[in-house]
Design a protein around this ligand. Structure first.
Ligand SMILES: *[C@@H]1O[C@H](CO)[C@@H](O)[C@H](O)[C@H]1NC(C)=O
Length: 289
């Protein structure tokens, strides 16, 4: 299974491709759209707030997983991610409030409060895309140098409307969910089918994508399952316990049988208290102890 840093999070959802192809989608899985020229994405959402991570950890987790923290290079790509998040939220997967780190940050502490600050933000994957989708009055700069995509569906709307999908700079050590982006997937999805644990691990590094990369994401999209979700995980817990349960059942049965047997033997002893009967001897020894 693709390295532990992207634990699993959500229940199952069902996505249906335009071609009528339905595939199981779990969060914490890599999702690919279009042909092999398009990037793939993995949404890491943690219901357990204590498992959310700071920007450097999120960046590292994506890197270890063979990708990079999400760059959003166009309106189309922004909308695609919004759509993925909407679908996940609607699917009853348990996704709710919780912002997502994206791969936008700045290092220039010196100019943190200058007018130049907004221009200092750069993409972690090397993309030079100028696309931005800031919430009203963002970026606020100062001590905030790492960027999240808002995801607060239940929050009361602010001046800029709902806190959904627009960007905000935050302190890099704050704990959030994150989204990774991967280079085009060279693995044939047909070969993979529904396998829960494909044995490929390494993906080509994300190239600073050409703007066309995400231009037509809805074309014959497919989903590659790279990590199992909560439900398959439960299965891994339940299945190994079955032999244990059987063992307990057998032990209990044996115990009951012996008790019944002993009781039967004792009854026989009362009927026929012959000292020669070894069973009666044992019984009388037992009862004397
Ligand atoms: C979201 O769900 C709709 C309806 O099932 C589907 O047509 C669309 O492609 C999905 N979008 C994404 C980005 O997965």
């Amino acid at each position: 299974m693709g390295a532990g840093p992207l634990p699993l999070v959500l229940g199952a959802a069902l996505l249906c491709a335009p071609a009528g192809l339905c595939l199981r989608v779990l969060s914490g899985q890599k999702v690919c759209y279009g042909d092999f020229k398009h990037p793939c994405y993995k949404i890491a959402y943690f219901q357990d707030v204590s498992r959310r991570v700071g920007f450097p950890e999120a960046r590292q987790a994506c890197k270890i997983d063979g990708g990079a923290l999400l760059s959003l290079e166009s309106e189309v790509e922004q909308k695609l991610i919004e759509n993925m998040l909407q679908n996940l939220t609607k699917s009853g997967s348990g996704i709710s409030d919780g912002d997502f780190w994206i791969g936008l940050w700045r290092s220039g502490e010196g100019q943190a409060t200058s007018n130049a600050c907004p221009d200092l933000y750069q993409w972690a994957d090397g993309s030079t895309s100028p696309f931005r989708n800031w919430y009203t009055d963002e970026p606020s700069c100062g001590s905030e140098a790492c960027v999240v995509m808002y995801h607060q569906p239940t929050a009361i709307p602010g001046l800029g409307g709902l806190y959904l999908y627009q960007w905000n700079d935050d302190r890099c050590n704050m704990k959030h969910n994150y989204i990774c982006k991967y280079g085009p997937d060279y693995v044939l999805e047909k070969e993979l089918g529904d396998r829960a644990e494909p044995d490929y691990e390494v993906f080509p590094p994300v190239t600073s994508g050409s703007p066309s990369d995400a231009s037509k994401p809805e074309d014959h999209y497919h989903v590659v399952v790279t990590e199992t979700g909560l439900i398959p995980n439960l299965i891994y817990v339940v299945i190994p316990t079955i032999p244990l349960l059987l063992l307990i059942l057998v032990a209990f049965g044996t115990c009951c049988f012996q008790m019944l047997h002993k009781r039967g033997a004792r009854r026989n002893c009362f009927k026929d208290p012959s000292p020669l009967s070894s069973e009666c001897l044992a019984e009388s020894l037992n009862s004397n102890l």
